[in-house]
Write a protein that binds this ligand. Structure first.
Ligand code: ADP
Length: 451
């Protein structure tokens, strides 16, 4: 096992990793920018090192500063959290070159899944169902129109290097294809320095369902069921739940086993999420995330397995926590990502938290790094905290979530709490009847009502 882990992140995920380390008896090093000197992860870690000024590129993404922090403190492993350097294969390699362990997958797997065209090819080869589309990138010499017609309109133009929904354009008809191709490619070139794009069938009203997997890097892998993350705004997840309200045990076991089998074949190491769109009973692979995800607590609540602890254990060469048959899905969990944003315009609202009262009681979990008097800096994401609620059934979970949301107080900054208080009372949400565009429609309808 590792002796000392440096946590190359901030906010709630830094705290989450720190808690896992404490339970495992591993010493912790927090790193922080000058803007985060008073942050909770800094206060609770055994040691801390300031690694630079507020902009992430000068601090949390500053590899030489992170290496120096490891050297100074004698850390033997680095946990990247999510975002920042968590899916940077080069970073994993640089750590290895310095005899440091990267708590994450093998660099080759990070690189493979980071290229969406290669990821899709790999998924297909491993027997994972994919969205019908171009077999690879669509270049200048290719007859994009012929490929698109074969797929059938509407088609979606996607960036190979895409992320966060950028570099994605829908072409509803043949007449829209050329413009969609050039806009997506230009956007991708500007955002990722790589303009390659590919085509996919555009699915009308799919759900976003993802499978959590865990591998030991030696050919052992299990799946821990699914999360339904269909409630999205601008391709960003807002509300996540598990199990999916529309999946039965047989469908879960089938797709879960397909994913676990693929991971065994790859000899995948660590936690990972295989993301699908799901429509008319069919799964379509869209991408794989090779890191711990924001919404991982949903799975922890319904399986009782601490994913961060297990992630650290397998990274240190340890065994998987149990056999596939021993994983039991228990009840239902929902996570709400509470952001410091105006609940209507979604404009970020950084500033000082004047009053903070997190809800409590049976089945209520808060993963947050804020406290009364804390100042949310303007430089990073606007997450105030994640409210995760567990119940024996989905009905009990919704009832508890309603109560917890009403109890929660965050004053001084604007938050998205009012949005969630509305959502938890919406008939379509209560019925579990929603898809990936539902939230955008709901928000647009709200705008019309209030104007
Ligand atoms: P990113 O890496 O930018 O997050 P993804 O491939 O994960 O891109 O897609 C993000 C979101 O875009 C999905 O959750 C879904 O809402 C939408 N999307 C992606 N592919 C399709 C598709 N073929 N048809 C319809 N919607 C899609």
């Amino acid at each position: 096992m590792f002796d000392k882990i440096l946590i190359a992140n901030r906010g709630e995920i830094a705290l989450r990793v720190l808690r896992a380390c404490k339970e495992l008896g591993i010493a912790t090093v927090a790193v922080h920018s000058t803007a985060d000197a008073n942050a909770m992860h800094v206060r609770l870690a055994d040691e801390s090192v300031c690694i630079g000024p507020p902009p992430a590129k000068d601090s949390y993404l500053n590899v030489p500063a992170l290496l120096a922090a490891c050297e100074i403190t004698g850390a033997d492993a680095v946990h990247p959290g999510y975002g920042f350097l968590s899916e940077n294969a080069r970073f994993a390699e640089i750590l290895a070159d310095h005899n440091l362990h990267f708590i994450g997958p093998k660099a080759e797997h990070i690189r493979l899944m980071g290229d969406k065209i290669e990821a899709k090819k790999t998924a297909k080869r491993l027997g994972i169902p994919v969205v019908p589309g171009s077999d690879g990138g669509v270049g200048a010499g290719d007859d994009a129109m012929a490929i698109a017609k074969k797929i059938g309109f509407p088609v979606l133009v996607k960036a190979a290097a895409g992320g966060g929904g950028r570099g994605m354009k829908v072409a509803p008809t043949e007449a829209d294809l050329l413009l969609a191709l050039s806009t997506a490619s230009n956007e991708a070139k500007a955002a990722f320095g790589d303009g390659s794009v590919y085509l996919e069938k555009y699915l009308g009203k799919p759900r976003h369902i993802e499978i959590q997997i865990l591998g030991d890097g030696r050919g052992g892998a299990i799946h821990l069921g699914e999360r339904d993350c269909s409630l999205q705004r601008r391709h960003q997840k807002v509300w996540e739940e598990g199990p999916s309200p529309i999946l039965n045990a047989a469908a879960r076991a089938k797709i879960g086993e397909t994913c676990a089998k693929a991971m065994r074949e790859m000899q995948y190491l660590g936690v990972g999420t295989i993301e699908f769109l799901y429509e008319d009973g069919e799964f379509y692979f869209i991408e794989m995330n090779t890191r711990i995800q924001v919404e991982h607590p949903v799975t922890e609540m319904i399986t009782g397995i601490d994913l961060v602890i297990e992630q650290i254990r397998v990274a240190a060469g340890g065994e998987l926590p149990c056999a596939q048959e021993e994983i039991v899905i228990n009840g239902h969990a929902i996570e709400c990502r509470v952001n410091a944003e105006n609940p209507v315009s979604f404009r970020p609202s950084p500033g000082k938290i004047m009053q903070y009262h997190p809800p409590g009681g049976l089945g209520v979990r808060i993963d947050s790094a804020v406290y009364q008097g804390y100042v949310i800096p303007p430089y990073y994401d606007s997450l105030v905290g994640k409210l995760i609620v567990h119940g024996k059934t989905r009905g009990e979970c919704l009832m508890r979530l309603r109560r917890a949301l009403d109890e929660m107080v965050v004053d001084g900054v604007e938050t998205t709490l009012p949005l969630f208080r509305g959502l938890v009372r919406e008939p379509s949400i209560i019925d579990g009847d929603y898809h990936i565009h539902w939230l955008e429609h709901y928000l647009a309808a709200g705008d019309t009502k209030s104007s």
